[in-house]
Design a protein around this ligand. Structure first.
Ligand SMILES: NC(=O)c1ccc[n+]([C@@H]2O[C@H](COP(=O)([O-])OP(=O)(O)OC[C@H]3O[C@@H](n4cnc5c(N)ncnc54)[C@H](OP(=O)(O)O)[C@@H]3O)[C@@H](O)[C@H]2O)c1
Length: 238
């Protein structure tokens, strides 16, 4: 993988993607809402000066997406991989997505970040993706977005439906972009211990999940476009 843009790179899964791709020699654009706030990103910049560009990007904000595009297209003529990783579990009101506690504004905010923003990112960065030899868009989804697997109680209306919507966006984009050669895939990272709420008891370390997901990304073929796959390469039920 050569030129890679990762959203939500300040911590958790996004940060680990940045680390592992840098270690593999890729050129990585790590984006964060507050890049100056995060020590880990600064340390990576010291270590991988040439191959790491850190930019400010709030994926839910159009002006911020426009600025990011301008800055990246001044530096690169093509983009090989866009990882739509930025995501939120809850809105401003924590644990507000169970019946009896639903909060309309939180619900909309979660959809904006988890579903709408990834689509807007693809729309914005299409001119750079289209110039790559084997362009790939990865939407970081979740098992929570699987309608088939929805058999347990437990609320999570906003998060799970935002990831189901993201899955439809993956599928719709794969059809829409089928002539362009852009591969679009939804990836489930497994249950990974990060700074995200409700991951304290997760069995996977970010390093394990990302190692698996990078193997999957590197092995993707044109015919895989429109699939929902997990971190171990297994197809996941919609
Ligand atoms: N951890 C799991 O078990 C798990 C399982 C399934 C799916 N996922 C998905 O994996 C992705 C990463 O999750 P994580 O576990 O690494 O969560 P995390 O530790 O909470 O990190 C979330 C990242 O998203 C960024 N972000 C949130 N809103 C943003 C916005 N508007 N613009 C730009 N960046 C924004 C955060 O940036 P700030 O630092 O600026 O807040 C942070 O870097 C998410 O899409 C999540 O839904 C995670």
């Amino acid at each position: 993988m050569k030129r890679i843009l990762i959203t939500g790179s300040s911590r958790g899964i996004g940060l680990e993607f940045v680390k592992q791709f840098l270690e593999k020699g890729s050129f990585v654009i790590a984006s964060s809402r507050n890049p100056h706030k995060y020590e880990e990103l600064k340390k990576l910049k010291n270590k991988f000066q040439e191959n790491l560009n850190i930019i400010e990007l709030d994926v839910s904000n159009e002006e911020s997406r426009d600025k990011a595009f301008e800055s990246i297209s001044n530096q690169l003529d093509k983009l090989d991989l866009l990882i739509n990783n930025a995501g939120v579990r809850f809105g401003g009101e924590k644990y507000s997505d169970a019946l009896g506690k639903l909060h309309k504004e939180d619900f909309c905010k979660i959809f904006l970040v988890n579903s709408v923003a990834p689509l807007m990112m693809v729309e914005k960065f299409l001119p750079l993706l289209e110039k790559a030899e084997k362009p790939i868009v990865i939407n970081i989804s979740s098992s929570s977005g699987s309608i088939t697997r929805r058999t347990r109680k437990g609320g999570g209306f906003s998060y799970s439906s935002s990831k189901a919507a993201l899955n439809m966006i993956t599928k719709a984009l794969s059809v829409e972009l089928s002539d362009s050669g852009i591969i679009v895939v939804s990836l489930h990272p497994g249950w990974v211990k990060t700074t995200m709420e409700l991951t304290k008891n997760a069995p996977l370390k970010p390093s394990e999940s990302i190692e698996g997901m990078i193997k999957v990304i590197e092995s993707l073929k044109t015919e895989d476009t429109g699939k929902f796959i997990d971190w171990q390469g297994n197809e996941f039920p919609w």
